[in-house]
Ligand binder design. Structure first.
Ligand code: ADP
Ligand code: ZN
Length: 211
């Protein structure tokens, strides 16, 4: 299955992508993770992306389209993939189509703006490996350390209040129209980001016909 996860920042896309990856045995491709990895490694891409990300703006389409195309060309994507955080603009969705990438389903994970703000403020990630956590919804089994690598948990620079407001606005203006793009192709299924992770996971599975 070639799947896109669509939804506002903080909807829980990353967490659901991880669960679906295991369940379906396919890779998750997260542009947010790839960009933050580039920032951590101090690459040219990372230095460029950092300014946009910390301002709550989108990284330019051609840059993001380039890294996603390269990633999708790898062998491990042949059996399917989950795109998390891409496409984020109609131009990105069109570029994917032009590249001949088949999309089977688009899962729209929906939450209110108020919920987004609450969620993002509790979000943490491992400084060393990038694994995402939430102080309430998805705490680390290893206390204030990463349960995967033992690294320290930090708040993302773009989860501060001002940047979050920009990200929500950018979402409504630039990303939400993608839903209609895929609705016209009959590919959209909807689930709600519930308070309880297990409820969200169940709704996602049902929307995708996995039960
Ligand atoms: P969230 O979905 O919680 O906003 P992500 O980790 O997906 O977080 O993205 C963080 C930031 O990385 C975005 O605010 C944006 O600046 C940049 N980014 C990620 N994916 C894309 C994309 N497809 N196009 C442009 N910018 C992107
Ligand atoms: Zn870690």
């Amino acid at each position: 299955m070639n799947l896109i996860l669509l939804g506002p920042p903080g909807a829980g896309k990353g967490t659901q992508a991880e669960i679906l990856s295991k369940r379906l045995g396919i890779e998750t491709i997260s542009t947010g993770v790839m960009l933050r990895t580039a920032i951590r490694e101090g690459t040219e891409l990372g230095t460029m992306a950092q300014e946009y990300i910390n301002a709550g703006k989108l990284v330019p389409d051609d840059v993001v389209v380039g890294i996603v195309k390269e990633r999708l060309s790898k062998d491990d994507c042949k059996k399917g993939f989950i795109l998390d955080g891409f496409p984020r603009t109609t131009a990105q969705a069109e570029a994917l189509e032009q590249a001949g990438v088949r999309i089977d389903k688009v899962l729209s994970l929906e939450v209110s703006d108020e919920t987004i703000i609450e969620r993002l403020s509790g979000r943490r990630e491992c400084k060393d490996c990038g694994t995402p956590y939430h102080v309430v919804y998805k705490p680390s089994a290893n206390g204030d350390k990463c349960q995967v690598c033992g690294g320290p948990l930090i708040q993302r620079a773009d989860d501060n209040e001002e940047t979050v407001k920009n990200r929500i606005q950018v979402y409504h203006e630039q990303t939400e129209p993608i839903k209609e793009f895929y609705q016209k192709q009959g590919k959209v299924v909807v689930a709600h980001g519930r308070e309880e992770l297990a409820d969200t996971t169940r709704e996602v599975a049902k929307a995708l016909g996995l039960e």
